[in-house]
Design a protein around this ligand. Structure first.
Ligand code: KG4
Ligand code: ZN
Length: 339
């Protein structure tokens, strides 16, 4: 039996997985989230995240000791992400690589999110993908592991980030996505209509920061966050979420018109949002696309997706010696770039 150990530490989730290289079967997967530790600061504090990874990753490794003799490669997220947290995973991967004399497979975190669609499954390329996470918002055309191109990206905030900022403005915790989604289910999305970003622009791009400002103005109009009733928070959340959805649908429609690919998927932390998923389900039906979604547990950062991506990278010979592995941190990705 030949197994792959995978490690994810690009932000605030420490995660380790073990996958069977031949069958893609996930033998072990666990993640320790730091969300509650960062919650009081309203966002991720990199140095704190790094220290927490340094404690969590060895604890997770303790769970997979029985598999170690059969591990023949280690896949690790090397970019993009917070350099101080990426380093924690990379150091563990390097140590295992040297001790066991096995290769390292460096994984691009965004490709990892795309492979969250294929955990314990075969890939389904070519595919159009809407990636909505805390760090990124983009439409991608993926033809194979080594042939993925960005068709549109955000000019400012990402979808997840905008949900996080709105939750913070409403005096709620972190991460904001699930909180705002829950409030929105009890709100009226027509109560405080928000401007749809880039509505009249031919640009195939995303922009979320104006919408965040519209929420801020609305809160001020109601007398500030202290004056908001629970129902106000629900109505603001519903109105904001609806504007995000309209924006994502409008720009995706433009891409659908130019790409004949039938398969379409939504991935990333914000892909857990049920309202976003059901709106895209309707859009895909209209355009004759087949919608692929990610299992809830694999939407946010996890090592299972890194492992699945690692298997394809291994099969493509994309392995490195420990001394050649470098951390990439944040990279400015634009429309037209290869992923
Ligand atoms: O993919 P992810 O775990 O980390 C990054 O790679 O960035 O995404 C985390 C982001 C956070 O901003 C979080 O608020 C957002 O995903 N998120 C959601 C939902 N669940 C998580 N956003 C909208 N609706 C949700 N239900
Ligand atoms: Zn992510």
């Amino acid at each position: 039996m030949s197994l792959l150990l995978s490690i994810e530490s690009s932000c605030d989730d420490s995660s380790i997985a073990v996958t069977d290289i031949q069958s893609y079967k996930l033998l072990f997967h666990k993640k320790l989230s730091q969300e509650d530790k960062h919650s009081q600061y309203g966002g991720v504090v990199p140095e704190l995240a790094s220290r927490l990874h340094a404690v969590a990753l060895p604890q997770l490794l303790d769970n997979v000791l029985e598999y170690l003799p059969n591990i023949s490669a280690v896949a690790v997220t090397t970019k993009p992400g917070l350099s101080v947290t990426l380093n924690e995973g990379v150091m563990m991967a390097k140590t295992l690589s040297v001790l066991k004399n096995i290769p390292i497979i460096p994984i691009h975190h965004l490709k990892g999110h795309i492979y969250s669609l294929f955990i314990e499954k075969e890939t389904k390329f070519p595919m159009l993908i809407l990636l909505i996470s805390g760090g990124h918002t983009m439409l991608i055309r993926a033809d194979s592991l080594n042939n993925m191109h960005i068709l549109a990206t955000s000019m400012d905030d990402s979808v997840g980030e905008s949900f996080d900022k709105v939750a913070k403005m409403l005096g709620e915790g972190y991460p904001g996505g699930p909180i705002v989604e829950r409030l929105a289910t009890q709100g009226d999305s027509r109560k405080y209509p928000m401007p749809i970003p880039l509505r009249n622009s031919p640009l195939i791009a995303f922009s979320l920061s104006g919408l965040k400002n519209a929420v801020r103005v609305q809160i001020e109009r109601l007398g500030g966050v202290e004056k908001l009733t629970y129902q106000d928070k629900c109505d603001i959340s519903a109105s904001f979420q609806q504007a995000v959805i309209e924006h994502l649908l409008q720009k995706s429609k433009k891409v659908f018109a130019t790409q004949s690919i039938k398969e379409f998927a939504i991935v990333g932390g914000a892909a857990a949002n049920k309202a976003i998923k059901s709106s895209f389900n309707a859009l895909c039906n209209t355009f004759g696309k087949r919608l692929h979604t990610v299992k809830m547990e694999y939407c946010s950062d996890n090592a299972a997706m890194i492992g699945r991506c690692g298997i394809d990278a291994l099969k493509n010979g994309l392995v490195e010696e420990a001394e050649n592995i470098k951390v990439g941190a944040s990279c400015k990705l634009q429309s037209g770039d290869k992923l």
